[in-house]
Design a protein around this ligand. Structure first.
Ligand code: NAD
Ligand code: UDP
Length: 313
């Protein structure tokens, strides 16, 4: 297959490019480096099966030659990024998704949207199943991301229903691992950096809010299997093991082998109180479920963060 991956210089996109290449496919990567880095794809330069186009996907996308798939990952993804880049986030979710869908239609290529658990907002149903419509504040600060992704899902389904386009929608829950930006503000990267540097861990609020963290390798299996499947409706991909932020700190203490100091900061506006995927559909349809525990995933992530910070283990 020959596939286009938008957002290829990001955390998930660069790993997904590696995954498709290792399965023997040809990858065309596209990115404008809004939140991604050239470093993430540096190792792919010179690979004959990989080509890169620097392009903003909110503008018309031109690709020469046939495509079998378009995997649309371009979008700021971390809260600090989309709060800083509200208009770009709305544009890439709406205009960017429109352009990527238009390209898929033109090439008769399968389309995969990287959607998010944020479509459920601050959920009133727990755990979240695909048939839950969500609880999103459209005009709150997080609305720029949540509503862009909800629009992107609606547009994707419209292309499916109206044009018969072959589509996949992955609702991705919090994912972590090597190649996250050290300063991307997400809880796992913040805590790993703070722990390595001997700084206080910044707990927002009282730390009782929960998240379900999925290690990158499990997520890549899920995304790849979804792309290869014939599931058209949205599907949750995430690790259903749910932890409070305080429990995350306990596990991190075991990983680094000593106690960690903490400090409390205010909870960001509209920060979801709970989040946990119901992955019954992914288990049934994709025969997929995560295998890597949070403790193991943190152990595997630690060396990358140590190396990037110039601290040997
Ligand atoms: P990331 O910020 O590391 O990567 C996103 C990439 O998209 C970056 O390289 C950025 O430069 C690029 N990009 C942004 N706007 C663009 C534009 N207009 N044109 C071209 N490229 C553009 O984020 P990530 O964590 O790798 O997330 C990738 C995708 O997965 C996003 O769509 C995100 O919403 C989704 N997602 C991620 C998570 C997670 O936990 N990481 C969870 C849910 C959903
Ligand atoms: N969080 C925290 N300390 C940090 C960064 C984040 O306590 O240094 C909290 C944040 O308020 C949220 C949770 O950790 O409740 C997950 O935040 P993240 O930004 O990783 O992801 P998201 O909120 O998008 O799920």
């Amino acid at each position: 297959m020959r596939v286009l991956i938008t957002g290829v210089a990001g955390f998930l996109g660069s790993h997904l490019a590696d995954r498709f290449l290792s399965e023997g496919h040809e990858v065309l990567g596209m990115d404008n480096f809004l939140t991604g880095t050239a470093e993430n794809i540096g190792h792919l330069m010179g690979n004959e099966q990989f080509n890169f186009i620097r392009h903003d996907v909110t503008e018309f996308i031109y690709v020469q030659g046939a495509l079998d798939g378009v995997l649309h990952l371009a979008s700021p993804a971390s809260p600090i990024d989309y709060l800083k880049l509200p208009i770009q986030t709305l544009k890439v979710g709406s205009l960017g998704t429109h352009k990527a869908l238009g390209l898929s239609l033109e090439k008769n290529a399968r389309f995969l949207l990287a959607s998010t658990s944020e479509v459920y907002g601050d959920p009133q149903v727990h755990p979240q199943k695909e048939d839950y419509w969500g609880h999103v504040n459209p005009t709150g600060p997080r609305g720029v991301y949540d509503e862009a992704k909800r629009f992107a899902e609606a547009l994707t389904m419209a292309y499916h229903r109206y044009h018969g386009l072959d589509v996949r929608i992955a609702r991705i829950f919090n994912t972590y691992g090597p190649r996250m930006r050290l300063d991307d503000g997400r809880v796992v990267s913040n805590f790993l950096v703070q722990a390595i540097q001997g700084k206080q861990l910044t707990i927002y609020g009282d730390g009782t809010q929960t998240r379900s963290f999925c290690y990158i390798d499990d997520m890549l299996d899920g995304l790849y299997q979804l792309f290869m499947s014939n599931r058209t409706d949205p599907i949750n991909l995430g690790n259903p093991a749910e932890f409070s932020i305080l429990e995350l700190i306990d596990i991190l203490q075991r990983v680094v082998g000593h106690d960690l100091d903490v400090t409390h900061e205010s909870l960001p506006e509209d920060d979801p109180q709970v989040r946990q995927p119901d992955i019954t559909a992914a288990k049934e349809v994709l025969d997929w479920e995560p295998e890597i525990t949070l403790e193991e995933g943190l152990r595997r992530s630690l060396p990358y963060f140590q190396e990037r910070l110039g601290i040997s283990s």
